[in-house]
Design a protein around this ligand. Structure first.
Ligand SMILES: [Zn+2]
Length: 285
């Protein structure tokens, strides 16, 4: 059982990241703030931290005119996390969706996406990540392109999670069962679910994955509830206790890596640490 970290984006927003700003730019311009988020999770007991590079593909950075800075911003993301992690904490290189639809729905080809993920992964490896984490995916083809892209530049381990926020399916209509069956064959060390509409949803999704992939290493990283706008501020309503109950439940289902996603803070992760320790203590008896 390994405890991962919680949200990066939501934390950076609370530190002043503007709505239209690329979080990855902060790896260069506000590195102390990015590292303060990593440090918060390490101090809360995370054994894995993810780099601030979720939107670090040339497509996503291109929305901000930064497509030429993939290498620098991803390398910095990895270096910042590595410096906080030292040798004891594992650093995963975060890679989110490109935002592109594959042909014929969109204009990007499988090879285009593979190239983009290869470029990002190479920079993350250069900066010192231990493994690559593909996350918040909706399309299986994009997960596949990302895995192949990573494979073309490094032998480091790969993990992948999709987001099942549309009636227990991804936005592109992939069920947890389909995801588990497909990704399980693509040579990743672990896969599962992240983000979405909160803990209850991920608990069901992980249960369905477990049924078709009983021996796989599963990952659960739930949002801290749903975002709501209150007086112009985005609030997530899951309390640390809610996240503890979620952690206990998915550990009992059999996940190997448990963490949190949007809306979570080191306060949530600190309580989840206690739940993980309890679980491990119980497992030894
Ligand atoms: Zn999220």
């Amino acid at each position: 059982m390994v405890l991962a970290d919680g949200a990066m984006g939501t934390m950076l927003q609370s530190l002043g990241l503007g709505p239209g700003e690329a979080p990855e730019v902060w790896n260069r311009d506000h590195h102390e703030k990015v590292q303060s988020v990593h440090r918060g999770y390490v101090e809360a007991g995370s054994q894995i931290i993810l780099t601030n590079s979720f939107g670090g593909s040339r497509y996503r950075l291109g929305m901000h005119g930064l497509e030429g800075e993939v290498r620098e911003l991803n390398r910095l993301a990895a270096e910042l996390a590595r410096e906080v992690a030292g040798d004891d904490i594992v650093v995963g290189g975060s890679m989110g969706p490109t935002g592109e639809l594959l042909t014929p729905l969109g204009t990007a080809t499988f090879e285009d996406l593979k190239d983009a993920f290869a470029e990002q992964a190479a920079a993350l490896v250069e900066g010192g990540v231990d493994y690559l984490h593909i996350e918040t995916m909706s399309a299986l083809e994009e997960v596949h392109a990302a895995i192949e892209g990573v494979r073309s530049v490094t032998d480091r381990p790969i993990t992948a999670t999709m987001t099942f926020d549309t009636h227990y399916h991804t936005m592109m209509g992939v069920s947890p069962k389909q995801a588990a069956e497909a990704i399980g064959q693509w040579g990743v060390v672990a896969f599962g679910a992240n983000c979405g509409n909160g803990p209850e949803e991920i608990i069901r999704v992980i249960g369905e994955m477990k049924e078709v992939a009983p021996d796989a290493w599963l990952i659960a990283k739930a949002n801290a509830g749903l975002p709501r706008l209150v007086h112009g501020e985005t609030i997530y309503d899951a309390t640390p206790e809610d996240m503890v109950n979620y952690a206990r439940t998915v550990m009992n289902i059999g996940v190997k890596i448990v963490g949190a996603c949007c809306g979570s803070t080191p306060a949530h992760v600190k309580e989840m640490r206690k739940a993980v320790d309890e679980f491990l203590g119980g497992a030894q008896k």
